[in-house]
Design a protein around this ligand. Structure first.
Ligand code: NAD
Length: 251
């Protein structure tokens, strides 16, 4: 395996499970020193342990990224542990299917706290460190960040907002050498999909539009694109919305 991240430091949220875990393991295997962060502290520690067991360097932190103070502390902990920061991967997130009429103010706010506010808090705290080392940010959005999807108003709005944050930061800091991109997965086989229960009375045609293919990507397919976007191979890729969805948004 190539070692694209030798001597790099990566802070990865959502590292306990699914796409975040696959990304942490891949970056660790390619030489990155990885801070595995997740609200599931035990899962984050397990991911860091897997990286170390494979010969890599990793630490773990339990963090709710909806908490701005905890996000600032997480960046400081990463820099203290590894001496700097080169790569921020905002992967933690959650979603689910819900009829618009059933959405609640609390549900809407929590969706934005995790899917949008957390990446903003972390990006802002990481900014001076990333600018100092020509670093990069990879945000994990979704097909729902690029197209309207029924029964997902809060999730779709939050992922569109994350795409907006990505593009705005890419423009504001691109001339200073900071690259900010978004990877946009379609349906991927992770525990996340357990929340995707079709609401009673949903229109089957609108549900069918959620994915072009009948099968799911594996988390490693998404991790592969995240690692490309974070690597020097993508040196001129900035502000890009990188779909890994089997063709769903092209349809
Ligand atoms: N799986 C899919 O089909 C799919 C499709 C498109 C986009 N995505 C996006 O991919 C990202 C990763 O999802 P996944 O599929 O790996 O799901 P997952 O449920 O396997 O992993 C998500 C991780 O985020 C963590 N997390 C949730 N809230 C958190 C918080 N407040 N603070 C810190 N960590 C928190 C969870 O504990 C979990 O470990 C999410 O942003 C999701 O929106 C997933």
């Amino acid at each position: 395996m190539t070692r694209r991240f030798e001597s790099r430091v990566a802070l990865i949220t959502g590292a306990a499970s699914g796409i975040g875990r696959a990304t942490a393991l891949r970056m660790g295997a390619e030489g990155a020193r990885v801070l595995c962060a997740d609200i599931d502290g035990a899962g984050a520690h397990a991911a860091a342990g897997s990286i170390r067991a494979a010969g890599g360097a990793a630490q773990a932190a339990a963090v709710d990224i909806g908490d701005p103070a905890r996000c600032r502390a997480l960046v400081a902990e990463t820099v203290a542990a590894f001496g700097g920061l080169d790569i921020l991967c905002n992967i933690a997130g959650f979603g689910g299917l819900k009829a618009l009429a059933d959405e609640t103010p609390e549900g809407w706010q929590r969706m934005f706290a995790v899917n949008v506010h957390g990446p903003f808090y972390l990006s802002q705290a990481a900014l001076p460190h990333l600018l100092a080392r020509r670093g990069t940010i990879v945000n994990v959005a979704s097909t729902a960040g690029l197209m309207g999807q029924a029964y997902m108003a809060a999730y779709t709005a939050s992922k569109h907002a994350l795409v907006g944050l990505t593009k705005s930061m890419a423009v504001e800091f691109g001339r200073q050498g900071l690259r900010v991109n978004a990877v946009c997965p379609g349906g991927t086989a992770t525990p996340f999909l357990q929340a995707f229960v079709v609401p009673a009375g949903a229109d089957p045609e609108l549900i069918a539009r959620l994915s072009l293919r009948p099968d799911y990507a594996m988390p490693e397919h998404i991790a592969s694109m995240i690692c490309f976007a974070a690597s020097a191979e993508a040196e001129f890729v900035n502000g890009a919305l990188l779909s890994v969805d089997g063709g769903t948004v092209a349809a």
